[in-house]
Every structure is written in structure tokens, then in C-alpha cells.
Design a protein around this ligand. Structure first.
Ligand SMILES: Nc1ncnc2c1ncn2[C@@H]1O[C@H](COP(=O)(O)OP(=O)(O)OP(=O)(O)O)[C@@H](O)[C@H]1O
Ligand SMILES: [Mg+2]
Length: 333
């Protein structure tokens, strides 16, 4: 449904997006993740025909953003970072105005406005002037204007930014309810949002894609070695460290700061070893108290932080994953 091939976008001398390629299939919900300034909004602006690409191609439903922008715009609903609202207008007149801009026939406009108001939960504020709306409701009106012409593709730039946890949950539910009929790209800084709402994740760093994969694959590809955080009371740290190092499959034991002086460690397994049962057994057999044991290094947050570390500290893993992604990606060369 969406195809980006070798896309580069330069602002004067600043390269915001460097030769990125990805595809989004019909009905997929893709989470676009990246730190501030990574290039998310820029990519979205190119896809929505607000900015021309410097190099490369982007198409929506087979229509090129440069050659057939009108066809692309017809098929896209866009929620920009700041929703394009007119503070002095009532919600319903604004949505009617947007409907006319988007070419909805006059006879259908009222019905359509009512439908999107119901769908986005803003029927109660239809006659409110937009400057009086809370941030959450403004965001909903932003989503309402994006879906008013029932486009097959939705591009939502940080749809839950600035919302309180309750509003975030409602916005996520709204997006989930739209997912059946629409292909969606949403950008966010909230990693749990990607895990909850998206089938696929694209992580972009300094204008380059470092990962493009399903959320499930992203978790499982990290599981070759296990990193376990463990806290043990009732023994000296040295004795515990020595004992843990003897557990079969343990590659490395590193002491770490604990909350209250209880000896705490990070234990890394050798490849393809599950060390937790043996660790637990070793601790109990020694007569110590196991106060905490949890797996680290698997959460999307940790994966994200590792992949988007600054260049100087860039781990080899990130380069390897990036190479993998590039191999599988469509390029114009
Ligand atoms: N109009 C512009 N003129 C010049 N440089 C720009 C412009 N818009 C964005 N940039 C630069 O392009 C890069 C990518 O910005 P972009 O807004 O796409 O990032 P982003 O991933 O959306 O960040 P955020 O999470 O903060 O919204 C940044 O270095 C930014 O400073
Ligand atoms: Mg942005």
C-alpha cells in the first residue's frame, strides 16, 4: 500500500532522511519510532505530499507522490504533529469545511460529520469552539479530520503526544478500531504504544532505518543470549558471584548497584542457554534468599535504546541489524 524506495530528504545542507526504503502492506499498522530529530515527521510529510523528496521515490496505493499528488492525497488521512485546527471555528463547521476541501459531495457532508464525530467520541463537543477544547479533544478532532473522507491510508504523527494516560488509552483504542479498514503509520515516542497497537515497527535513527520488522520478530531475534537481573540476600557478593559463575551456561556475571545494599548482579548466558532454572537452584541450594530474578534486554525500550545509541557508542549489534534490514529492503540501485 505504501512503498518508499531510496528516499532522501535534504533541508539545505542538513540531510534529514538518508536513502530509506520500506513497504507497508494493506491493513498493517506500522509504528514509526525514533528520537527527536530522527526524521519521522519528514518522512511523513513526503508521504503526504507536503514535501518533495530530494532523491528516491514514494508511492501510496501505486500513485507516486511527485507525479500524482492529488491521487495520493485522496487516499491519505494525515494528522500532523500540530493538528491544523482553526481556534475560532466550531467543531462541526470545521469538519464540514474540511469535508468540502476533500471533495465530499454537499449532500453527504452532514451525515459524514456525524459519523466521524461518533467514531472519534466528539459528538458531545460538536458545537464547541475549538479554542475551548482540551488537548485530548483537539487531538480527536485532528483524527476526525484525517478520516472524514474515509481514506484507506492514515498517517498519524504522534497521535497520543501530550495526552494524559486515560486519553492515551482512548486514543489507542480509537486507532485500534480504525485498523480494520485502514493501513496506518503512526509515529510515537511511547514504546509500549507500538507493542500494543502495531504489527510492525520501523526504527529510524539519524535519518536511517536501523530496524524494520514485526514486533514479535524484534523480541525473538534478541533471544540468542539471555540477560538476567538477579538479587540475592543472605550472602557476601563475592561468594554469590563465584557461585553464579559456576552455573552451566553462564558466560558472565557483573555486579550492579542494588536498591538497598542487597547483592545484585547481571548474568549473561552463553548463546542458546536458558540459565534461569539452574541459577535459581544454585541460589536455593546454597541456602541464600533469591529476592528478585527477571530477564532484561528483551523489552522494546532496551532494544530501541541500544539501536539508537549515538554513533560513537554504536554497538556492533545495531550495525549488524541495519545490514540485515538493508539486505531485505527494496532499493533503487
Ligand atoms: N523545515 C526544516 N528546515 C530545516 N531542517 C529541518 C526542517 N524540518 C526538520 N528539519 C531537520 O530534519 C531533521 C529531522 O526532523 P524531523 O522533524 O523529521 O524529526 P522527527 O523524527 O519528526 O523528530 P521529533 O520526534 O522531534 O518530532 C532534524 O535534524 C530537523 O532539525
Ligand atoms: Mg516529528
Amino acid at each position: 500500500m505504501i512503498k518508499v524506495e531510496g528516499l532522501t530528504k535534504r533541508y539545505a545542507r542538513n540531510v534529514a532522511v538518508k536513502n530509506i526504503s520500506f513497504e507497508v502492506g494493506q491493513g498493517e499498522i506500522v509504528g514509526f519510532l525514533g528520537k527527536n530529530g530522527a526524521g519521522k515527521t519528514t518522512t511523513m510529510r513526503v508521504l503526504t505530499c507536503f514535501l518533495p523528496p530530494t532523491e528516491g521515490k514514494a508511492s501510496v496505493a501505486g500513485f507516486d507522490v511527485l507525479d500524482q499528488p492529488l491521487e495520493v492525497k485522496k487516499r491519505i488521512g494525515y494528522l500532523p504533529e500540530t493538528p491544523p485546527l482553526y481556534p475560532e471555528m466550531e467543531v462541526s463547521s470545521y469538519l464540514a469545511f474540511v469535508s468540502r476541501l476533500k471533495g465530499i459531495p454537499s449532500a453527504e457532508i452532514l451525515k459524514r460529520v456525524d459519523e466521524v464525530c461518533d467514531r472519534t467520541g466528539i459528538a458531545g463537543v460538536k458545537h464547541t469552539i475549538m479554542s475551548k477544547l482540551s488537548k485530548g479533544y483537539r487531538q480527536r478532532v485532528g483524527i476526525a479530520q484525517a478520516i472524514i473522507h474515509n481514506p484507506p491510508v492514515l498517517i498519524l504523527d504522534e497521535p497520543t503526544s501530550g495526552l494524559d494516560p486515560q486519553q492515551q488509552r482512548e486514543a489507542r483504542q480509537l486507532i485500534a478500531s480504525l485498523s480494520g479498514d485502514h493501513t496506518i503509520i503512526l509515529s510515537t515516542h511511547i514504546l509500549s504504544e507500538v507493542e500494543q497497537s502495531c504489527s510492525k515497527v520501523i526504527i529510524i535513527n539519524n535519518g536511517e532505518i536501523v530496524v524494520s520488522d514485526s514486533v514479535a520478530n524484534l523480541h525473538s531475534r534478541r533471544r540468542a543470549t539471555e540477560l538476567v537481573s538477579i538479587e540475592i540476600s543472605g550472602a557476601s557478593p563475592q561468594a554469590v558471584k563465584q557461585r553464579l559463575e559456576q552455573v552451566p551456561g553462564v558466560a558472565r556475571v557483573v555486579s550492579r548497584d542494588s536498591r538497598d545494599g542487597t547483592p545484585a548482579f547481571e548474568v549473561e548466558s552463553m548463546e542458546n542457554y536458558l540459565v534461569r532454572p539452574d541459577l535459581a537452584r544454585a541460589v536455593v541450594q546454597a541456602g541464600w534468599n533469591l529476592t528478585e530474578m527477571r530477564v532484561v534486554g528483551e523489552s522494546l525500550e532496551e532494544i530501541f535504546l541500544e539501536l539508537t545509541k549515538s554513533e560513537e557508542a554504536a554497538p556492533i549489534a545495531a550495525a549488524a541489524v541495519a545490514a540485515e534490514v538493508k539486505e531485505g529492503a527494496v532499493t533503487t540501485q
